[in-house]
Design a protein. Structure first.
Length: 111
């Protein structure tokens, strides 16, 4: 299981989890982010306590990925399949992104 911390202007907003490689995703807001005055990370993710679930990577996060030749370069450098969208998003962790939302790697914990 791979996980990414989602940040809003460097403030931890929640965690994006890939439950099953290539399918099965969950986004959950951090409880402290929910009680603060911070806005939702997207209009497609209104602030709520229950998690968001999807069989595919949420379009909001897929739209953060590089496209075309840049995606090819990132995949080659990180030895990723170009269809491994979560892997590409992980490779972008710590990279300056356009907008307020960024991602940070979360070390896998045994559950």
């Amino acid at each position: 299981m791979r996980r990414l911390e989602i940040l809003w202007n460097e403030v931890p907003a929640g965690v994006l989890t890939e439950k099953t490689p290539g399918k099965g995703y969950r986004f959950e807001y951090d409880p402290s982010y929910l009680v603060g005055s911070h806005p939702p990370i997207s209009v497609t993710f209104p602030k709520r306590v229950t998690s968001y679930e999807s069989d595919r990577l949420f379009p909001f996060f897929a739209n953060m990925l590089p496209e075309g030749a840049l995606r090819h370069v990132v995949c080659r450098q990180h030895h990723l399949d170009e269809n491994d969208l979560f892997g590409i998003l992980c490779a972008m962790a710590g990279v300056d992104t356009i907008g307020a939302v960024s991602v940070k790697e979360v070390q896998n914990e045994e559950e």
